[in-house]
Design a protein around this ligand. Structure first.
Ligand code: BV8
Ligand code: ZN
Length: 252
């Protein structure tokens, strides 16, 4: 594991650090990614499923797809990469975990300050009256029709062409403007505006560390790029930072 002295120095003294995660961090928990070989979208294209039009056109298909994904996510357990980020959160006074994932695994791992850019599949609401159907309530009513107004119930997540939740985007953007380092873990970095965040960190003088099993469009801008599974690489990085910050006499 080679981290340059300059980067190590920066990490040992850093106050404000952020992380951006994508589906790859949950792959080893058994949650399929989107664009990998056995990715969710290798069968159907994102536009056919992850869009409001698709939902209106075929609510049964899209609802069933999310129901299956919710079951996979609930059966999954956070892996050592999620847990490494829980420890990393305790190491820096100002730490922001930004995720594109909707699988709830960071929360279940114990991370606290989480910004869910694309929402969370445990949350649902009626498109007719806005009534919320979070968690199991949705399973209990056994349909995707609102009890109150009969409207369609949709997952509270961001589909293609939809705006990101303004408060989530503002927190992520704000963190990126001030972060001294960003760890980008398990994302193909092709979905915007999330993929813009690491470049914002770089533009503001921060360091970019990438963890992925393959190169991505971000790799060229990375100050350090670790190729390998996040469940192996992240714990190693956290161990290194713990040693460093211990040596520098910084516990948080
Ligand atoms: C918006 C929620 C604006 C639903 C998702 C042309 C150019 C640029 C942009 C656009 C364009 N045309 C359209 C756009 C905008 C569009 C976009 O970016 N499209 C892309 C595809 C070109 N973006 C939007 O529509 C966004 N909204 O822009 O609104 C707007 C402006 C005005 C008015 C109205 C609107 C909304 C984007 C959010 C879409 N929702 N998901 C759901 O999950 O079902 S996106 C979906 O992709 C997921 O959220 C996912 O998080 C995201 C990114 O995917 P990844 O997480 O990166 O997963 P992927 O499978 O791709 O990659 C996995 C990676 O992990 C790989 O690199 C792999 O190597 C690695 N890996 C695998 N195993 C491991 C690993 N790494 C480490 N360890 C391992 N073990
Ligand atoms: Zn309703």
């Amino acid at each position: 594991m080679i981290i340059s002295d300059e980067l190590l120095q920066k990490l040992s003294l850093a106050k404000h650090v952020m992380v951006l995660t994508g589906a790859g961090i949950s792959a080893e928990s058994g949650v399929p990614t989107f664009r990998g070989t056995n990715g969710l979208w290798s069968k159907l294209s994102p536009e056919e499923l992850a869009s409001f039009d698709a939902f209106l056109k075929n609510p049964e298909l899209v609802t069933e797809w999310y129901k299956q994904r919710r079951e996979i996510a609930r059966d999954a357990r956070p892996n050592t990469a999620h847990l490494a980020l829980v420890e990393m959160e305790s190491m820096f006074p100002d730490f922001t975990l930004v995720t594109q994932n909707i699988d709830n695994l960071h929360r279940r791992a114990g991370s606290k300050n989480i910004v869910e850019l694309h929402g969370n599949m445990e949350k649902n609401y009626c498109i007719g009256c806005g009534k919320r159907y979070d968690g199991d309530v949705f399973e209990m009513i056994g349909s995707f029709r609102c009890e109150k107004c009969g409207g369609l119930i949709r997952p509270d997540i961001v589909w293609f062409g939809e705006m990101l939740p303004p408060d989530a985007w503002d927190s992520a953007e704000g963190a990126a403007r001030g972060a001294e380092a960003i760890f980008v873990v398990g994302t193909s970095a092709v979905v915007y505006p999330a993929a813009e965040l690491p470049l914002t960190v770089k533009r503001n003088g921060g360091k970019l560390v990438e963890v992925n099993i393959e190169a991505t469009p971000l790799s060229g801008s990375a100050d350090a790029s670790f190729i390998g599974p996040a469940s192996m690489i992240l714990p190693e990085i956290v161990n290194k930072i713990r040693e460093l910050r211990g040596a520098a006499g910084r516990t948080t």
